[in-house]
Design a protein around this ligand. Structure first.
Ligand SMILES: *[C@@H]1O[C@H](CO)[C@@H](O)[C@H](O)[C@H]1NC(C)=O
Ligand SMILES: *[C@@H]1O[C@H](CO)[C@@H](O)[C@H](O)[C@H]1NC(C)=O
Ligand SMILES: [Zn+2]
Ligand SMILES: [Zn+2]
Length: 444
């Protein structure tokens, strides 16, 4: 009898003990099914919203260019410290990598870029850029605020997580290839998948867009100096005219896409720079041209690059000029490719949160994104977060000096990222059998 009583007592006690969630994966899935919609409600709370808006405005007032995001990075670290989230710093000069969860596999990453553009803000508002010639005109300030918002929600649920969420704050997306440097520094070591969003002025608020496969192009920049022999414009027979040679080069470059590329394989060659001469009656010694080319496959990229060099040097020599071409390898980005399974995951998670009708298929375009470096080495998913609100009037597109961000979008971006990551963890049990057991703790 006494023995039975003891058993009963143990049973009672046990039922009041906290259940270690990690040992009951099926229960955990239910927990996440419940908290997913809560993420959006949580992010819409005025205190969370105001906090995200405050961070974004602070960063907007003090825009920093690629690899110079020292204050931005400092602000991010201060917020992570306040939340008690451990991180690695510096990674790729100013980058920060935060960790939430068990410190064990699976690892899933969320990425935000931190850099601004070298341009003057022309929007007159209270939080206008205070730095002449620099502006957040691509929404990267908003990306940072939303990833910190996601971090706050995830940190509140850190004990429910079945793995680790890696927060990637990277420098230099706008032409500096910060993602590549983060990769080289090991930011994605052991990470199984990565998600990133970009605010979009094209889609309405509450709508998100992506597509499986290539979504943005491989991009590169080139510059060529075409040398001739300057002289009096009235005596062209004594000169070798680089202006005419450069003009022919530019026309010939346009034939690469119109005559050599498969019409069904999208490619672009654009010249955006043409500098030479200064007087009406002087033929200059040299002309500098520069431009960009974009493709949707690695093969086309290699082919086009080779032909651009040939056309410039050979067409210049037809005109008795010499040309030297350089490609800016530091701002060459691969094709930004979305993994099929992650795209399905995105459709499901975003559909549950926003309604399936608000998850639309994006049309690929010839823009570039250095997220491509990440999604080249591990499965990645890049999506657009709509922020257009017709009742508030049209938004200027990215890189415009009149660009504005609709801050109402922050709860959507924060909640979606949090949901994408938590559901990924609960649906993808560890792949790595020899985990780097919380190794980041030691290095902090
Ligand atoms: C990239 O390299 C080119 C020279 O190859 C240089 O002129 C340019 O400033 C570099 N850009 C960046 C963002 O580092
Ligand atoms: C769009 O703007 C109107 C007017 O400011 C506002 O009432 C509405 O809530 C906004 N819609 C969303 C989805 O934020
Ligand atoms: Zn941009
Ligand atoms: Zn951008």
């Amino acid at each position: 009898m006494a023995f039975l009583k003891l058993i009963f007592l143990i049973f009672i006690l046990h039922s009041f003990m906290p259940i270690p969630i990690s040992s009951t994966p099926s229960l955990n899935k239910e927990v996440f099914a419940q908290i997913r919609p809560d993420f959006l409600d949580f992010a819409k709370k005025p205190e969370i919203m105001d906090w995200m808006v405050g961070i974004r405005r602070k960063i907007h007032e003090n825009p920093e260019l690629g690899y110079e995001e020292f204050e931005t990075s400092k602000l991010i670290r201060a917020e992570l410290d306040l939340m008690g989230i451990p991180y690695k710093y510096p990674v790729a000069v100013t980058g920060v990598v935060g960790y939430i969860g068990t410190g064990k596999p699976p690892f899933v990453a969320l990425r935000a870029d931190m850099d601004a553009l070298a341009m003057e803000e022309l929007v007159e508002w209270e939080h206008k850029s205070k730095v002449p010639g620099k502006m957040h005109a691509c929404g990267h300030d908003a990306h940072v605020a939303m990833l910190l918002g996601a971090a706050k929600m995830l940190q509140e649920h850190r004990n429910d997580l079945q793995g680790t969420i890696v927060l990637i704050f990277q420098p230099a997306e706008e032409g500096g290839g910060g993602a590549k440097k983060m990769l080289d520094a090991g930011a994605l070591d052991n990470v199984d998948a990565i998600f990133a969003l970009h605010v979009s002025t094209k889609f309405p608020i509450g709508v998100v867009a992506s597509r499986p496969g290539p979504i943005l192009a491989a991009t590169s920049f080139f510059e060529a100096v075409i040398n001739g022999k300057g002289g009096h414009a009235a005596l062209p027979q004594h000169t070798v005219d680089p202006i005419l040679a450069a003009s022919n080069v530019i026309v010939s470059l346009q034939h690469l896409v119109s005559r050599e590329a498969d019409p069904l394989d999208s490619q672009v060659v654009s010249i955006g720079k043409f500098q030479g001469g200064g007087a009406f009656n002087v033929i200059p010694d040299s002309v500098t041209i520069g431009g960009t080319f974009r493709t949707f496959s690695k093969e086309s990229f290699v082919q086009l690059k080779q032909r651009i060099e040939e056309v410039i040097t050979k067409q210049a020599s037809v005109q008795r000029c010499n040309a030297k071409v350089i490609f800016h390898e530091n701002s060459s980005y691969p094709v930004c490719f979305n993994n099929k399974e992650l795209h399905e995951h995105f459709r499901k998670v975003a559909g549950e949160m926003l309604g399936v009708q608000n998850v639309v298929e994006a049309v690929a375009n010839m823009g570039g994104e250095d997220f491509a470096f990440f999604s080249e080495v591990i499965p990645g998913l890049f999506f657009f977060l709509g922020m257009k609100n017709e009742t508030q009037g049209p938004l200027q597109s990215g890189h415009s000096p009149y660009y504005t961000v609709n801050e109402d979008v922050f709860p959507y971006g924060a909640a979606l990222q949090a949901s994408l990551a938590t559901t990924y963890l609960s649906e993808n049990p560890p792949k790595h059998t020899s985990p780097p057991e919380g190794s980041f703790h030691d290095e902090l």
